[in-house]
Design a binder for this molecule. Structure first.
Ligand SMILES: Nc1nc2c(ncn2[C@@H]2O[C@H](COP(=O)(O)OP(=O)(O)OP(=O)(O)O)[C@@H](O)[C@H]2O)c(=O)[nH]1
Ligand SMILES: [Mg+2]
Length: 313
């Protein structure tokens, strides 16, 4: 348990080691997490999602400076996108964020995202919990919003920042309703682009349409030019503003949604693993598989049978 107190004291080496253990889902690392968990729940978790190349890492680098100026401590988690656009991006991000790498108040970790089901990996909530236990006041999680990630990051982040760009053009129409509704703040990055004004109006109109009349929080759109550090302080301000909003109004509901989502995420992954082993190794399904092959039972009916048997034993 000396290890636990090291983490609580913010020891970087101990934390890095534990995070790698959580990445691999080592039993002893999960055991340590059990002891750390009661010390978590203090950090403000901010998700930053958006398409590959939207400018997420550049924005985050700016946000780190803005929050450091306020004396806040930070944890940054970069989720390695599997998208072909982003090969080597983590390394690049690390290099760009290097200005902060010597600052002991900023802890940066990167990990692969994909779990069995294509969403966040099992490790992500654990790694965030370690940063929380280390006493990091703000934890920023960068994730590519191309797949289902933004749906899962919702169950972790208190504040969801979606990064969009004017070059998205028609693609902006493709912003899924689910994303519009769960975003708390939009950063319209690359606002130095010629189409920025058009995109700004379009985005605001879309947000307007997606909002319920009685919505307690209306997502602001912040125009940013991350490379020139423009709009960053406004973005940081809105993040803080949203935190206050949660403290006043929505927190209990969000917490309960988060707990449910986290549990579902972990159960889904665990269940997939169990299921894979079960179907390939337990001989009791052999007959069923054969009957499927002989077209004596269709796959839907077979699945129904498996489900019934598994949930009733
Ligand atoms: N013109 C312009 N370029 C920008 C702006 N913000 C970022 N960039 C550039 O866009 C490129 C991608 O920026 P990143 O911050 O790596 O984007 P990202 O969203 O983290 O990318 P991935 O992690 O690969 O998904 C870099 O070359 C940046 O310098 C901006 O506001 N305007
Ligand atoms: Mg990036």
């Amino acid at each position: 348990l000396a290890f636990v107190s090291d983490i609580l004291a913010g020891d970087i080496r101990a934390a890095g080691r534990l995070m790698r253990g959580i990445d691999m889902q080592l039993p002893e690392s999960l055991e340590t997490l059990t002891h750390l968990y009661p010390h978590t729940g203090r950090a403000h978790i901010v998700g930053v999602s958006g398409s590959p190349g939207a400018g997420k890492s550049t924005l985050i680098t700016g946000l780190i400076s803005a929050f450091r100026e306020q004396g806040k401590t930070l944890g940054i988690l970069l989720l390695d996108p599997t998208s072909p656009y982003s090969t080597g991006a983590i390394l690049g991000d690390r290099v760009r964020m290097q200005t902060h790498a010597l600052d002991k108040n900023v802890f940066i970790h990167s990990t692969a995202t994909r779990g069995n089901t294509g969403g966040l990996s099992l490790a992500v909530p654990g790694i965030v919990a370690v940063m929380d236990a280390m006493g990091k006041e703000i934890i920023i999680v960068e994730t590519v919003g191309a797949g289902q990630d933004e749906v899962d990051i919702r169950h972790l982040a208190h504040t969801n920042v979606i990064v969009v760009t004017p070059t998205m053009g028609d693609d902006m129409q493709a912003l899924k309703a689910g994303i519009l509704e769960t975003a708390h703040i939009f950063a319209l990055n690359q606002s130095d682009h010629a189409d920025a004004e058009t995109a700004h109006h379009l985005l605001k109109a879309m947000i307007q349409l997606s909002q319920k009349d009685d919505a307690a929080w209306r997502p602001p759109v912040i125009k940013t030019i991350a490379v020139h550090h423009q709009g960053i302080s406004e973005l940081a301000e809105q993040i803080a503003h949203h935190k206050h909003h949660l403290e006043k109004v929505e927190s209990p509901k969000q917490t309960s949604d988060h707990m449910q989502g986290l549990l579902a995420l972990i159960l889904r992954e665990r269940f997939m693993d169990t299921l894979r082993v079960e179907l390939s190794e337990n001989s009791r399904w052999k007959k069923l598989l054969e009957r499927m092959a002989q077209r004596k039972i269709d796959p839907y009916a077979a699945a129904e049978k498996v489900l019934k048997q598994l949930t009733h034993t």
